[in-house]
Design a protein around this ligand. Structure first.
Ligand code: GLN
Length: 446
């Protein structure tokens, strides 16, 4: 049964991947072997909670013995020596992994076109971007190459591609899921989560992957939250105002359809989310990238050309990083320099703290906060490449959750258009189950 299913997925990958470019590495023999073992456990009646679930894994998450490229030339030949914490957990519950998912290089982007191995295409229409940075994860799930995928979300990278491909995505509260084995993009913002066809699947996977892990000191136990039957819902005005007209229209149609009673709330700082996010992220990203200097992590030929360490790092980075990665390293380095950090980075930290306080206040009064997940529909491949700032603005609704650490999920709503809108569900820090429950409620009425 599981073997047959895996073979079916492998066939879809074979048929569709040449076009979609969602998968970077296919683990054909491995996946069939895993499936045989799981099938045996099912027959013996001792299979785990994810038995028979087939996954693709974003290629910035470590899988022992497999390439971890983060879609960069810099890691093209790097093989993971160990499993990430989330992979250990999937394996323990008998999930099967069929391959790695393509993505933006080091997760920097909103459309999966910065991959060094070619852009990912949208599974609804391959002339359009898949969203990013976990574009391969979402496209592979929508295309039927797997049941589910794990992505990472630093400023929206699970929820953006989930929305663009019309599937479900969930970013847990910061500190819920271990980042051990994730190639970090910006450590205080990164979180791993599921991309799935249904909310039920997202919940099942979240239940497996969350939990304290000694190897990631930011993970911790969370108190159990009371299960409320009567939730008070707000809609965030600034994000609605900042969305395209058609997105706004469909978003309210979705709320109507689900008979959501809500009040409009205003968080003035939300208008500045893109600036706050990018400044914080640039600083952490440029620091995260320092370890890729040509000495460690995969073979390269820069060693032969360089006469000293600085020369080596310069040659290696110059040759192996793409434009977007270089841009972010330069900007992050600039804003954290002694002369400029007060004017930029310190201000960004303060603004982040202020946003966090304001968002927390909303949840003193409301249980659930809703926004459109993406303020725009997917664009055609190549359309926004020349204008990074235009692309950055697409993160306005999603990055709020990363900056404040709160849980956030997205559910697609179709209304006869080619692409759905995403309805984003947010709640207070630690209220992950409340978000998933509300997502299920929306899903069942859409
Ligand atoms: N689009 C955002 C960025 O480019 C989000 C990236 C992410 O969440 N990894 O930074």
């Amino acid at each position: 049964m599981v073997v047959e299913k895996v073979k079916r997925f492998l066939k879809v990958i074979e048929d569709k991947n040449p076009k979609l470019n969602a998968i970077l590495h296919v683990f054909r023999d491995d996946a069939i072997k895993q499936a045989e073992a799981v099938e045996q456990k099912i027959n013996e009646g001792n299979a785990g909670r994810l038995a028979g679930y087939v996954f693709t894994i974003k290629n910035n998450i470590a899988i022992k013995g497999k390439p971890l490229t983060a879609a960069s030339k810099a890691l093209e030949h790097y093989i993971s020596p160990y499993d990430a914490a989330v992979i250990e957990k999937l394996r323990k519950e008998d999930a099967v992994i069929v391959g790695t998912a393509n993505m933006d290089e080091f997760a920097t982007g909103s459309d999966s076109t910065t991959s060094a191995f070619g852009p990912v295409k949208n599974a609804i229409d391959d002339a359009y971007v898949a969203g990013g940075s976990s574009g391969g994860s979402a496209s592979s799930v929508k295309a039927g190459m797997a049941d589910a995928s794990l992505g990472s979300d630093t400023g929206g990278s699970i929820r953006c591609p989930a929305t663009f491909n019309g599937v479900v995505g969930f970013k847990p509260s910061y500190g819920r899921v271990s980042r051990y084995g994730l190639a970090d993009m910006a450590m205080s913002l990164d979180q791993i989560g599921p991309i799935t066809n249904t909310v039920e699947d997202a919940k099942r996977i979240y239940d497996v992957i969350n939990g304290k892990d000694e190897r990631d000191v930011t993970t911790h136990e969370f108190p159990t939250m009371p299960n409320k039957s009567n939730v008070k819902v707000a809609v965030l005005k600034e994000i609605v105002d900042g969305s395209d007209e058609l997105v706004r229209e469909l978003f309210f149609k979705a709320l109507d359809k689900a008979s959501v009673e809500y009040e409009l709330v205003s968080v003035p700082e939300a208008k500045d989310v893109v600036a706050i996010y990018y400044l914080n992220m640039f600083a952490e990203f440029s620091s995260a990238m320092q370890k890729y200097d040509g000495v460690r992590y995969g073979a390269n030929n820069a060693m032969d050309e360089a006469s000293n360490y600085f020369e080596l790092a310069k040659v290696f980075r110059g040759e192996h990083f793409g434009r977007e990665v270089k841009r972010r390293i330069l900007l992050g380095t600039f804003i954290t320099m002694k002369e400029f950090k007060d004017a930029w980075y310190m201000k960004a930290l303060k603004a982040r703290a202020q946003l966090k306080g304001r968002v927390a206040k909303v949840f003193d009064e409301y249980d659930i906060l809703l926004t459109p997940t993406m303020p725009v529909f997917p664009w055609k491949i190549g359309e926004k490449q020349q204008d990074p700032v235009q692309m950055y603005t697409a993160d306005i609704a999603t990055a709020i959750a990363n900056l404040t650490g709160i849980p956030a999920g997205t559910v697609p709503f179709y209304d006869g258009e080619k692409f759905p809108v995403g309805v984003q569900v947010l709640s207070a820090y630690g209220s992950d189950d409340a978000v998933l429950d509300y997502m299920a409620r929306l899903e069942s009425s859409f």
